[in-house]
Write a protein that binds this ligand. Structure first.
Ligand SMILES: NC(=O)c1ccc[n+]([C@@H]2O[C@H](COP(=O)([O-])OP(=O)(O)OC[C@H]3O[C@@H](n4cnc5c(N)ncnc54)[C@H](O)[C@@H]3O)[C@@H](O)[C@H]2O)c1
Length: 419
């Protein structure tokens, strides 16, 4: 196995991938880029960076001698950087989300096809113990054909909003629409079944005081009701509801598998219940579900998001090293996870009417979307700018952002004083 030279773009969330590169024998961390010196200084204080070069500028970073780049920059800016990296001959690991617009989706797919480089989408929730095991059972046929599934990713980010938006009104989190950040809830169901989504109906919650006082201009949560190519239905819900939940459930023609609810206090997504009647031998033939904690590599225990952050990077490096069985999410599947959210918002703006999901595997269909830049980012959308929620984009007083900024800085100072 060759050691893969990896550069990490974005040193906040990128810390998790930096840690992987330091620990895994087939990876070598060679460069880190972040425009904030404060973020780089924090990385420089850590062990294992003696041979790492630090950059504040992408144009210098991309020239570094490396095989692969991890994109852990802003969620709305992955596609343009992925395209730059692929064209420069680098393999790409992209944090969520894969792109912001349909135009970018087409460009991204075509660049991956043209360059032949590995593109791996870092939808880590697919690799949490519960969803990973449901996928295994599904592939073994123990659940039968997919009929219905649900995915939930509820994260009340209000307490950490200052630390993740820094009081910047233009921060992507403050301007995202309700169904944008959709792949934590949709992704695992797509990865389990391998089925392509074909149409979607979207719904969104209201614009609440909780969001407005944080500076967030989108509705509180989003829902996608998705039809898959075999006629199966998926319900996906995600957003800032008050109590957190990560939960997946899959109904097949032979049974159901689902993870534990958070309130049951039973290791939630790491605990699985399987209630499937027609399998061979492995489970007792009774009506009761069996409950167990699926295997997780002990090396994964040190990684975030229930160990899933370990598996995303592990599979990326294995794939680059030629392992055809490496479980990576390729660019087509990444878009199967993302386009339902993008199209659900169009449904919402059209009174929750059903909307077709583009099939970008079909080269002829790509031409319909090649110039489609509609999104909530004014720098990208031009005349196609969308409102941040169905009733329009709210105006939020500058003082809200100034206040959020002050809270963030006080947290930074507290942290410095602790060390
Ligand atoms: N998969 C997960 O569980 C998970 C969890 C958290 C965040 N994320 C993803 O990680 C990414 C980063 O998260 P975030 O934005 O919340 O936090 P973050 O604090 O990691 O911010 C991104 C970092 O990238 C740097 N950066 C952005 N553009 C740059 C540029 N042009 N040049 C140099 N540096 C640049 C910023 O300075 C910042 O430090 C996002 O895509 C987010 O969706 C994923």
């Amino acid at each position: 196995m060759a050691k893969i030279k990896i550069g990490v773009f974005g040193g906040g969330r990128g810390s998790s991938m930096i840690k992987f590169c330091k620990l895994y024998q087939d990876a070598e961390l060679v460069a880190i880029c972040d425009k904030y010196q404060e973020v780089l200084d924090k990385q420089k204080e850590q062990d294992g960076v003696e041979n790492v070069t630090f950059y504040t500028n992408f144009e210098d970073f991309i020239k570094h001698d490396m095989d692969a780049v991890v994109l852990a920059n802003y969620a709305t800016e992955h596609a343009p950087y992925a395209i730059r990296c692929l064209n420069a001959g680098k393999h790409v690991f992209s944090e969520v989300l894969p792109c912001q617009t349909l135009k970018e989706a087409v460009e991204l797919i075509e660049t991956v096809e043209k360059t032949g480089k590995v593109y791996a989408y870092g939808e880590n929730y697919c690799y949490m113990a519960g969803p990973r095991e449901i996928r295994k059972l599904y592939k073994e046929g123990k659940l039968g054909e997919f009929e219905y599934g649900e995915g939930e990713y509820i994260h009340n980010c209000e307490p950490i909003w200052p630390d993740i938006t820094y009081g910047e009104e233009s921060h992507w989190r403050n301007n995202k629409y309700s169904t944008f950040y959709c792949t934590h809830s949709i992704g695992p169901i797509i990865h389990i079944t391998g089925l392509r989504p074909v149409s979607v109906v979207g719904f969104e919650g209201s614009l609440t005081e909780r969001n407005l006082r944080s500076g967030a201009k989108g509705a509180q949560f989003g829902i996608e009701m998705i039809t898959l190519e075999n006629g199966g239905i998926v319900k996906s819900v995600h957003g800032n509801l008050y109590k957190n939940s990560i939960w997946y459930s899959v109904y097949g023609s032979k049974g159901r598998a689902e993870t534990a609810r958070e309130d049951a206090d039973l290791d939630n997504v790491s605990m699985l219940y399987v209630n499937a009647d027609e399998y061979s031998g492995e489970y007792p033939k009774n009506k009761k579900p069996i409950a167990y904690k699926p295997f997780i590599d002990e090396k994964a225990n040190d990684f975030g998001h229930s160990g899933s952050d370990y598996y995303t990077m592990l599979n990326f490096v294995k794939k680059i090293n030629g392992d055809e069985d490496a479980d990576v999410i390729d660019v087509y599947e990444a878009l199967d996870m993302f386009l339902p959210g993008l199209m659900a918002y169009r449904s919402i703006l059209d009174g929750s009417s059903p909307v077709k999901i583009p099939n970008l595997r079909d080269k002829a269909e790509r031409d319909l979307y090649r110039n489609d830049v509609a999104c909530t980012d004014k720098n990208i959308a031009g005349d196609s700018l969308l409102p941040t929620q169905k009733g329009g984009t709210p105006t939020i007083d500058k003082e809200v952002y100034q206040n959020v900024y002050k809270i963030w800085r006080s947290h930074v100072e507290d942290e410095k004083n602790k060390n």
